[in-house]
Design a protein around this ligand. Structure first.
Ligand SMILES: CC(C)(COP(=O)(O)OP(=O)(O)OC[C@H]1O[C@@H](n2cnc3c(N)ncnc32)[C@H](O)[C@@H]1OP(=O)(O)O)[C@@H](O)C(=O)NCCC(=O)NCCS
Length: 182
């Protein structure tokens, strides 16, 4: 992963380029979030109309303006194909301020290690540049692929933090378990 040179807007991994979303990415935001497979475990994230994708882009962009980081668009380095999204968002978990790790990829790009590669880069970035906020991931119990990505990124299952989420019960994974002693 490249060093952050005064901005978080671009990260590079071995095969991927992560960059801040721009308006021209609204099409891929809609494409991924309107794919039933990509939202099967999180139906509350599903979009159907272009206006909804535009609104989601604006929300992501406001977060970038407010915090200087957010969700990145993930592009392959060997083509112009945008394969998905990965990033972090501040939120509260059990009354504590945390950074939530997010990833969603286009089904056509699944199974090539892209999500694990992007989530690892984002986790390393967050530990270096936002160390004051514990990094967590909220995963639906049936979402094995997402659980594997969290583990691949270095997170650990923290059963005592499991909680209701937007789409039902969520399993919680944390980047530094020692910060969350039961
Ligand atoms: C979860 C998701 C991002 C994984 O993307 P991906 O690019 O296929 O993941 P990777 O290829 O990096 O695989 C990472 C790990 O998950 C495993 N995995 C991937 N798909 C799997 C599946 N369907 N079942 C079981 N394991 C799976 C891989 O074998 C790999 O395991 P390893 O680290 O032990 O080698 C993708 O399935 C997705 O976008 N799902 C919909 C959105 C979503 O659920 N996001 C998470 C919300 S909490």
């Amino acid at each position: 992963m490249s060093e952050r040179s005064g901005t978080a807007e671009e990260l590079k991994t071995a095969r991927l380029w992560l960059r801040r979303p721009v308006e021209a990415d609204i099409d891929v935001i809609l494409a991924v979030h309107s794919d039933p497979e990509a939202c099967a475990h999180n139906p509350s994230d599903a979009l159907t109309r272009p206006e909804e994708a535009e609104e989601l882009f604006r929300r992501w962009d406001r977060q970038w303006e407010q915090h200087g980081y957010g969700y990145w668009v993930v592009r392959r380095q060997d083509s112009t194909e945008r394969v998905g999204f990965c990033g972090v968002k501040p939120m509260e978990l059990h009354g504590e301020r945390v950074l939530n790790l997010f990833y969603r990829f286009a089904p056509a790009a699944w199974g090539q290690g892209f999500a694990g590669e992007a989530a690892t880069a984002v986790t390393i970035w967050a530990s270096r540049y936002v160390p004051e906020l514990p990094l967590i991931a909220r995963v639906r119990p049936e979402n094995i692929a997402s659980q594997r990505v969290a583990v691949r990124a270095g997170l650990h299952r923290a059963r005592h933090l499991d909680t209701e989420g937007y789409d039902g019960f969520d399993w919680i994974y944390v980047a530094r378990p020692e910060r969350w002693a039961p």
